[in-house]
Write a protein that binds this ligand. Sequence first.
Ligand SMILES: [Fe+2]
Ligand SMILES: [Fe+2]
Length: 187
Amino acid sequence: MTIDFLKKELSNILSKKRYDHSIRVLETALTLGKIYDGDLNKISTAALLHDYAKEFKREDLIKIAKEHFLSETEDYLENIEILHSYASAYIAKEIFKITDTEILSAIKYHTTGRKNMSLTEKIVYIADAIEPKRDYPHVEKIRDLALVNLNKAILLEVNKKIEYLVKGEFIIHINSIEMRNWLLKIS
Ligand SMILES: [Fe+2]
Ligand SMILES: [Fe+2]
């Protein structure tokens, strides 16, 4: 499956805004993939498909989560922001017939992260958070850090994300907390 084919498929399903975001994530992920000597094929595929289901209807996201990822999503079924990652991974597997677990995990955990992430997972996770149009407090610092120390960049990003979620009294996915604790230990 070529990158051009995936781009075409994406452009058919996503709004221009979301499509353009996906392309920026792809480009950012490729930059990082080259720096960290990642598998550019896996990184490209995961980066392109990470938000495939972002604009799915709420009920479809909940249906896919309940039917295919219940144990991981049952506490988060109200949270569409988390569910679209699982639905995108489902589509990658069922529609695009992707079997590579690293690609599928990079899509599935791009919102929450998780402990013990592979290089591909880390790159897609942080590329999504720092693509050039992202604009939130500390993004510049996270962007700079990502070029020299991926773990520290993700740690700073998740710390800031957790602060934001606490302030807003939003739910925090357990995977994000586990990822933070893991990164604290290893970085
Ligand atoms: Fe996403
Ligand atoms: Fe995204």
